[in-house]
Write a protein that binds this ligand. Structure first.
Ligand code: NOJ
Ligand code: CA
Length: 537
């Protein structure tokens, strides 16, 4: 019996674009929507199935779009509503889906809802945000903003404080208010009606706060001295996620992926809890554990083992190595002159383990963190914490398209400098080089899409990361793959004790179609090889 086709968000590869930095179509130094449309040929050549765009809605840009002042329109620096419609239509024509970033834990302080809310205590939108009188002339409780300082801002106009989990220009919405929720759902339908295929939900685990606004207990964690008992991960949040899911389910083939935001080192059980029973909350959830792991086969293995174990039976896992809030994966893996080799092993890992892969723009080239001077930093976090923490700009610099000026991203001065590696590390140079990182990613994506076992098959570990080697089978029906990853800079031997006819389908070191009659293999340093079972001997 042929099983029914799986939904695209399970089988596909999703590519995250930070629109400001992808491609600038009108030479003002800022990437834009037309720029993305112009690069659809590249994206479809690469083979990705969907794009997740970091926010493109109207925003005063205190947090570069994660502070939305109009959910219904597109910020003019990225283009117009028509440009966005064109992108959706053309992307669809290329077989590429569009996922929008839905920033609904908070709005901008300039959003009309907040402007009304702060205007008077009896305004009809007062309770759409979280207002409270102070306590003895101080903030209502001890909650701290993730971006530093108290999470409460005093508003002299009405003499009360409002809550902001991030900047004071990002007041938190009150999810307990049903009118507010209705407006959010209405806005979601607006984008779903025009054909948007899904949403990435910003900080989904922070939506609901304690109804009594109790102070958090303290801990001794240096980065974050609070235990977030009362301001995050409140159980009621799941009721609202179910409501939100039912809105998305009014439409065919749409999806949601939630950012479950925790401080290092991630939390698989918590992240998976946002999948509900696997069908009634989010379709996918990001867990950050893998992004905080040191480079080691054992550590990567333990991480995905825990993450898969947490996924509910009817749920589905997703994986990523980077995003716009983290240092670029290649830089995180360290390794000095071996960093590119490590990034290749990681690419094969990401594209052959179980779960929907998310790529971050430029990762397919092996882009590294850009070193920026204090004067070049624009991220509010970097500006606040420099030099202890330099913020997130290092992984948000322009995509490297060519060896031309500004890496072919723009003819103007780019909003962030281009990385100095662009002369050699760019799309143009790598497209023509069959051994480039870009072609490795492209081959991996195509191989994964061609073989169901790589996308949806069972994951059966064989070498569990000991001695810095990871090896596993992926099996679906009678299709079987064996993947070996040498995380170390030394030669390694493995013996998976399996005879038969095996053929190399992709490798960082071997030629394609090399044959094996057993899985007794000597691996080169940092070798990553994908082998297909061709039948019995
Ligand atoms: C998480 C987003 O990924 C990050 O970029 C943003 O600053 C915060 N949420 C606030 O929206
Ligand atoms: Ca532009």
């Amino acid at each position: 019996m042929k099983s029914s086709p799986s939904p695209w968000w399970k089988t596909g590869v999703i590519y995250q674009i930070y629109p400001r930095s992808f491609y600038d179509s009108n030479d003002d130094g800022i990437g834009d929507i037309k720029g993305i449309t112009l690069k659809l040929d590249y994206l479809s050549w690469l083979g990705i199935d969907a794009l997740w765009l970091s926010p493109v809605n109207v925003s005063p840009m205190y947090d570069f779009g994660y502070d939305i002042s109009d959910y219904y329109d597109i910020d003019q620096c990225y283009g117009s509503f028509d440009d966005f419609t064109e992108l959706v239509d053309k992307a669809h024509a290329h077989g590429i889906k569009i996922i929008m970033d839905l920033v609904i834990n908070h709005t901008s302080h300039l959003h009309k809802w907040f402007v009304e809310s702060r205007s008077s205590k009896d305004n009809r939108r007062r309770a759409w945000y979280i207002w409270h009188p102070g306590k003895n002339g101080k903030a209502p409780n001890n909650w701290r903003s993730a971006f530093g300082g108290s999470a409460w801002e005093f508003d002299s106009h009405t003499g009360e404080y409002y809550l902001h989990s991030f900047l004071k220009e990002q007041p938190d919405l009150n999810w307990r208010n049903s009118e507010m929720r209705k407006s959010i759902f209405k806005m979601m339908r607006h984008w779903l009606d025009m054909g948007v295929d899904g949403f990435r939900l910003d900080v989904v685990n922070w939506f609901v706060k304690d109804d009594r606004l109790r102070s958090n207990p303290f801990t001794i964690k240096p980065l974050d001295p609070e235990k977030h008992k009362y301001d995050r991960n409140r159980p009621e949040v799941h009721d609202y996620i179910r409501e939100l899911r039912s809105v998305v389910d009014e439409y065919d083939a749409r999806m949601t992926v939630g950012e479950v935001f925790t401080l290092p080192p991630g939390n698989p059980e918590l992240s998976a809890s946002f999948l509900g029973n696997g069908t009634d909350e989010l379709h996918l959830a990001f867990d950050f554990s893998i992004m905080y792991r040191f480079w080691s086969a054992r550590s990567f293995y333990k991480c995905i083992k825990k993450w898969s174990a947490a996924i509910p039976e009817k749920g589905w896992q997703c994986n990523m190595l980077s995003n716009h809030d983290q240092p670029r994966s290649r830089s995180r893996f360290l390794g000095g002159t071996d960093s590119e080799k490590r990034a290749r092993v990681a690419a094969v890992f990401l594209l052959t383990i179980k779960g929907t892969p998310f790529l971050y723009y430029g990762e397919e080239l092996g882009m590294k963190n850009t070193r920026l001077a204090r004067s070049e930093i624009v991220d509010p976090l970097g500006r606040r914490y420099w030099p202890v923490y330099r913020g997130r700009d290092c992984s948000r610099t322009p995509m490297l398209w060519s060896a031309k000026q500004h890496a072919g991203f723009t003819h103007a001065r780019p909003w962030l400098p281009v990385d100095s590696s662009y002369k050699t590390l760019n799309v143009r140079a790598q497209t023509g080089d069959r051994y480039s990182m870009l072609n490795l990613y492209r081959n991996l994506i195509h191989l994964r899409k061609k073989h169901r076992s790589l996308g949806e098959g069972e994951f059966i570990p064989e070498v569990h990361g000991f001695k810095n080697v990871l090896a596993y089978f992926r099996v679906h029906g009678d299709e079987k793959f064996f993947i070996v990853l040498n995380f170390s800079g030394k030669e390694k031997h493995i013996n998976a004790g399996n005879t038969g006819q095996w053929r190399v389908m992709l490798s960082t070191h071997r030629t394609r179609y090399e044959h094996f009659t057993s899985l007794k293999i000597t691996l080169a340093p940092y070798e990553a090889t994908v082998i297909k079972w061709m039948g019995k001997l």
